[in-house]
Design a protein around this ligand. Sequence first.
Ligand SMILES: Nc1ncnc2c1ncn2[C@@H]1O[C@H](COP(=O)(O)OP(=O)(O)OP(=O)(O)O)[C@@H](O)[C@H]1O
Ligand SMILES: [Mg+2]
Length: 160
Amino acid sequence: MKNIKILSTRSPAQTRELARRFAGLLKGGEIVFLRGPIGAGKTVFVKGVAEALGLKSSPTSASFSLMKRYGNRRHTLFHIDLFRLSEGEVFNLGFEEMLEDEKAVILAEWPDPLAAMLPADRLEMEFILCEGDLRRIELRAGGPVSEALAEELCKKTNAR
Ligand SMILES: Nc1ncnc2c1ncn2[C@@H]1O[C@H](COP(=O)(O)OP(=O)(O)OP(=O)(O)O)[C@@H](O)[C@H]1O
Ligand SMILES: [Mg+2]
């Protein structure tokens, strides 16, 4: 989608706050691709979301380091990190289970190998390193669900 929204945080604590606001908007079924270089804050964001939802991680069958499942009765969240993997390497790793759960929230770092497997309506969040602890976060939506999510997140953030 052409429409880019921009947020920024000035500390890990602010990124966790942003994650908390984001978590409050989740209904289930959202997909987020987290982009940006090593140390940009993608994992800080994901942990913030899990914490805000009161979720603890439990190892998943196939590949603990590539995919962590967080769940309770109300939410299921998958945290994926495919750093340095290629598309050919993500078959038979257990992502099928994740895709069967329509209400699962998927947060993926280094997501390119998964892109072809997932619907286009996903939110891209690109973390850009600026000076010091400043992070610029660009939001791009791939369809109506992620567009609404991005809009709500910005509204909520700007209303503080
Ligand atoms: N504004 C900020 N938001 C998030 N993290 C920040 C911020 N400022 C500084 N940091 C620091 O940057 C680091 C971010 O680490 P994190 O593991 O989240 O990066 P990542 O994007 O997941 O990297 P990787 O690609 O290696 O997984 C942490 O050490 C965190 O304390
Ligand atoms: Mg990370």
